[in-house]
Design a protein around this ligand. Structure first.
Ligand code: IPM
Ligand code: MG
Length: 357
């Protein structure tokens, strides 16, 4: 029997609770397939700092490198906010992405019909939204040099090279080929030199994909268009910080940030994680929504392990749970038949996903 090695990084706050539910669903679906999972837990974030003094211990990188994929919860919390930058949980995550070389962050935003009333936008605006943010993840202003602080002055640098733009653009166009064949590239080319290069290079890459239509949009306009008419988008191609901001915005179209998964890919080992944070304010109460993480586990099956049919089962099980009116607290006001705890909704989804028995 095939055994997939999964590196589990639970992290801080609600991380452990939501990862446990994803594992429950993975084990449930594996019971019907000719494969199995073995898990190795690794530390990252504030919990890693507390135990080892480093938010990203070397052992975590080795564990990830020796796995077939990484399933990650969330990191961070006020408790560690006063630490020097390199000790903060976020620095651990950024270094982790860089070490693994996962330069492409895929963040789908889908509006489930059964949650149409949960969106803060009108149903007629969001019905049927299905878009994918393709965010560059290991470059741009997050990593650019020089950066620093000199007394009352502080600075970061937004820098992209041609090669970095080419490789992320290709990911976006490849994904568009499997979707509606439309890429909208986001930049600020009316102001930033780095965006001017971005636009030129994306144009060049587009010529390799004659079937895909390419448009460009300034990031401020894109933020507005996402709210005005989100259905106009298929694939949104962005740099690191623009994608960080726009993907949070896009997540609210769906009604809760607790629903949206992501995949960070581009090298041998991919990282699968919900797009939300560690929500320390609700940690340990059993009210967190694990759907984003369960959905990330489904992306892991699809992209890292090539188990599309099993991923489809998980996606269908999530839909079914929502159709049947099961809701965690974040969505309790929206057509709930029953309000569930984190672990209850995990079990419901696991049961629905096990269609083989
Ligand atoms: C995200 C998060 C991270 C980021 C933080 C926690 C460093 O907001 O994954 O979107 O900015 O990339
Ligand atoms: Mg973010």
């Amino acid at each position: 029997m095939k055994k997939y090695k999964i590196c589990l990084i639970k992290g801080d706050g609600i991380g452990p609770e939501i990862i446990d539910e994803a594992v429950k669903v993975l084990d449930a679906v594996a019971s019907c397939e000719d494969f199995d999972f073995s898990y190795e837990e690794a530390l990252m974030g504030g919990c890693a700092y507390d135990i080892t003094g480093d938010p990203l211990p070397q052992a975590t990188i080795s564990s990830a490198m020796n796995s077939d994929a990484v399933l990650f919860g969330a990191i961070g919390g006020e408790k560690w906010d006063a630490l020097p930058r390199e000790k903060r949980p976020e620095s651990g995550l950024l270094r982790f992405r860089k070490e693994l070389g996962v330069f492409a962050n895929l963040r789908p935003a889908v509006v489930y019909d059964d949650l149409i009333n949960a969106s803060s936008l009108k149903p007629e605006v969001v019905k049927g939204v299905d878009l994918m943010v393709v965010r560059e993840l290991i470059g741009g202003i997050y990593f650019g040099e020089p950066k620093g602080r000199e007394g009352d002055k502080a600075y970061n640098t937004m820098v992209y090279s041609r090669d970095e733009i080419v490789r992320i653009a290709r990911v976006a166009f490849d994904i568009a080929m499997e979707r509606d064949k439309r890429v909208c590239s986001i930049d600020k080319a009316n102001v930033l030199d780095v965006s001017q290069l971005w636009r030129e290079v994306v144009e060049e890459v587009a010529s390799e994909y004659p079937e895909v239509s390419l448009t460009h949009m300034y990031v401020d306009n894109a933020a507005m268009q996402l709210i005005r008419d989100p259905r106009q988008f298929d694939v949104m191609l962005t740099g690191n910080i623009f994608g960080d901001i726009l993907s949070d915005e896009a997540s609210m179209l769906s009604g809760s940030i607790g629903l949206l998964p992501s995949a960070s890919v581009g090298s041998k080992i991919g990282v699968y994680e919900p797009i939300h944070g560690s929500a320390p304010d609700i940690a340990g109460q059993g009210i967190a929504n694990p759907i984003a993480t369960i959905s990330s586990a489904s992306m892991m099956l699809r992209y890292a392990l090539g188990e599309q049919a099993t991923a489809d089962k998980i996606d269908a099980a999530i839909k079914q749970a929502l159709t049947e009116g099961y809701r965690t607290k974040d969505l309790a006001q929206f057509d709930a038949k029953e309000v569930c705890s984190t672990s209850e909704i995990g079990s419901i989804i696991a049961n629905y996903a096990v269609k083989c028995k």
